[in-house]
Design a protein around this ligand. Structure first.
Ligand code: ADP
Ligand code: MG
Length: 315
């Protein structure tokens, strides 16, 4: 049997979904290919093997990730793990570069990124909800990767609605500029301990001591606190403020798009939601506050890879 794989080579991370000959019926998530936050080698400790049904005729793939800065490592992994007659669906901005490193894999198909992401989102949702792919689904898809892209998914129609240059890359880049911390895992870990009010200007701060007309903890202006606290803002405060800003703006734009499209369901995907409890919590809270329902599929980082895999299987 020919092996099949979908590879989403994005601006920050390369995501791979593949079907092995073993015909696994469980989705396996092995994130062991990323360098550890201390920069030493691979972390093979995190593995996840949830059980479940195959999705829409697609057997459950194994999932893994590489840093996009290590394109050669991803190519080495493909050479070591996929036979040369494997059918590979490529998508994402770095797909062409990666494909050129693997000329011996001639059985390849290039899949447009937006189509792959939307198809993957539909399949992952169906899988995680334990059901079949519903034909009449209608939701706004917010893909929060390095940057953010918004789509409408309406059955087989999936137009792109727009995008913003604010996303996971902003979390890493801006926190790095503010306090020198650029390690995503470290940023996501300390952010819940931070205090945004050390950095942001809230409605409550403006109105104090009077009662504000809206919730006092709402942001009046990001990064606009006029006088920093006596002890100065700490790295965790910057991390919380940056994640807060990304969450607020992504949700605001997505909710407006959803209202314009006559739906209230927003599905948030992209690696930015992985292991980032503050971003997840704020996203859920703001979405609800704006009258919409948020979904953050557990495997949402792999939408592009699953969509590309689907294209490789179908062709
Ligand atoms: P892209 O497709 O553009 O590569 P992703 O959907 O993979 O984007 O999301 C990339 C973002 O995910 C990063 O900007 C960062 O905020 C976050 N992220 C999650 N895990 C990691 C990680 N291990 N290393 C770097 N960034 C990560
Ligand atoms: Mg992407």
């Amino acid at each position: 049997m020919t092996m099949q794989a979908g590879i989403d080579a994005g601006g920050t991370l390369i995501k791979i979904a593949y079907l092995s000959d073993a015909g696994s019926e469980a989705w396996e998530k092995a994130e062991s290919r990323l360098p550890r936050s201390d920069g030493t080698g691979a972390d093979a400790s995190r593995q996840e093997r949830p059980q479940g049904e195959a999705v829409g005729g697609l057997r459950a793939p194994t999932l893994l990730k590489f840093a996009a800065s290590r394109l050669e490592d991803a190519a080495d992994w493909v050479r070591a793990n996929l036979p040369e007659d494997a059918r590979i669906g490529y998508t994402g901005g770095q797909a062409e570069r990666l494909r050129r490193l693997l000329p011996q894999y001639a059985n390849a198909v290039m899949v447009p990124e937006f189509a792959a992401t939307a198809e993957g989102a539909v399949r992952i949702r169906a899988y995680e909800r334990g059901g079949a792919v519903a034909a009449a689904e209608r939701f706004v898809l917010a893909n929060v990767g390095t940057g953010t892209s918004l789509h409408l998914v309406q059955g087989a129609e999936r137009p792109r609605l727009g995008g913003i240059g604010l996303g996971g890359g902003t979390i890493v880049g801006l926190t790095g500029l503010l306090c020198g911390l650029r390690d995503y895992e470290a940023i996501a870990r300390i952010a819940p301990l931070g205090d945004r009010e050390a950095v942001d200007l809230t409605v409550g701060q403006i109105y104090a001591p009077a009662e504000p007309p809206i919730a006092g903890d709402l942001t009046a202006a990001n990064f606009a606190r006029p006088v920093p606290p006596a002890a100065g803002a700490q790295p965790q405060d910057y991390a919380a403020a940056v994640i807060g800003m990304v969450a607020e703006i992504v949700v605001t734009v997505a909710a407006q798009a959803a209202k314009m499209q006559g739906t209230s369901r927003i599905v948030y995907v992209g690696s930015s939601y992985e292991n980032n409890p503050l971003l997840r919590d704020l996203t859920a809270r703001f979405t609800e506050m704006l009258g919409c329902e948020a979904e953050m599929p557990e495997r949402g980082a792999y939408c592009g890879a699953i969509g590309a895999l689907h294209a490789a299987v179908e062709e």
